[in-house]
Design a protein around this ligand. Sequence first.
Ligand code: F6P
Length: 548
Amino acid sequence: MQTKKLADLYTTHQSLQDAAAKLRHQPIQGMFKDDSNRAARFTLNAAGLSFDYSKNLIDAATLKLLLETAEQADLKGAIRRMMRGEAINNTEDRPVLHTALRHVEESKTEQHQVVQETLKKMAGLVEAVHGGKWLGHGGETITDVVNIGIGGSDLGPRMVVKALTPFHSGHVKVHFVANVDGAEIHDLCQALNPARTLFLVASKSFSTLETLENSLTARRWMLENGCPENGLAKHFIAMSSKVDKAMEFGIAEENIYPLWDWVGGRYSLWSAIGIPIALAVGMDNFNALRSGAAAMDKHFTEAPLERNIPAIMGLLMYWYSNYLGTSTQAILPYAYHLQLLPAYLQQLEMESNGKSVTRDGIGVDYQTGSIVWGTEGTNGQHSFHQLLHQGTSLIPVDFIATLAAHHPYGHQHKFLFANCVAQSQALMTGRDRETSEAEMRAQGKSDSDIVALAPHKVHPGNRPSNMLLLDKLSPETLGAVIAAYEHKVYTLGVLWQINSFDQWGVELGKILGTHVANAIDTTDIPGDWDSSTQTLVRRFIDNNPELS
Ligand code: F6P
């Protein structure tokens, strides 16, 4: 079978391999000693963000090779093609225009006009709910909003609503339900008053099992708890590109907010999928989030690649994935309110770049999308950081920190920031055997203890990290952070020559899920299924006879 190799794609491949052999064991600390200007040289500023990538296994010569690779991949042309609305999602023959959703200047394109109309309609909704003019079936005002959606129709708004907690207007509480596990909606409904609850059914396709099942449950719950059939319209809104399907479900046409096929689910929080955000923080803050992203779009489009934050983020990950053998990356926001960012970026990066054929359908013999994981600091320090410091894998880390907090406990913010910086420093410097031995000697340990313990105390160091620094977490800076990661993902897709905007890999599981559910309904388990699957399904049927 024909496969694509990086050596066929880029003339820089061999030189990058040579650079990797050299840099792999070159102490980053030494590079700081050799160049007193290293931090400044490897720090970029744009859209309110500062991106310090100096603590990486990178030197000027390697960076030049990576930038040359980006030129050979025609990254600049690819950015223009995306922004111009060319059908770069080639397997679905669609443009990719999430950037049009946050475009703030006057524009006459068809996309910008429909976006403006939708934003106006959203503003009307927010005003009505916040102003107490949107009333439930019994004439009561809305106190709780429940977003029912999954994947891109959940993770983005959920993450942003949490991240912008200090900006909540306090008019309504916003909740999220995603999982088909009935436990989630059941637990939530216990705490809600149906007469004062507004459900948002968020589904681009309006055919996603989880969302439809949860919406049906919500509908039943409303009817069983005093809402008449003709009062349901006051409690259900939909955001979807399938207006007909949403209407069939019973949602009033005027309560349906459009989406378009030129916005991918995981890139849609800027659209009507952002209604829960606007309801939580108000329309002005939602617009500020959009304008922060627009500022990053402008930077990505206009800045030369060597000064371009998303391009450099992508090139660094390309370097680690394809030349230094890494397969995962950790996202460690030292900001409690950013605790859902790693989960959001998991979908963004892994659904976008978890591909093994090129845009032309040819297999790749190189690594593409990596595993994204992480949690908010300092929690991770007391669990998985052990592996970051002393494990056998090389894991590049993105630290995200803020200079100022929204709360009054400044001394705690000092410790948070100090730990973040110290972690990035410790990963790089490590601690050698001699230092550990000297420390134990000073503590009065015996020679035999020192010999026995020394290997356990060695931290190899030379572990790379980026530091994304924000003055403060605000709608604008958050918008810029999200857009930076979106463009990083695109940069990687361009370098790997894959389509970052389709997601065919999620289909098989959905199809087989339906087959298993059918087997439970009919109690007819296909004899050609493997014995493990047959036994599991049989046990479920025997345990739940009422469900068949
Ligand atoms: O199954 C994956 C997926 O299609 C995601 O790409 C998408 O974000 C999610 O499901 C939800 O899809 P929808 O908005 O159509 O319900």
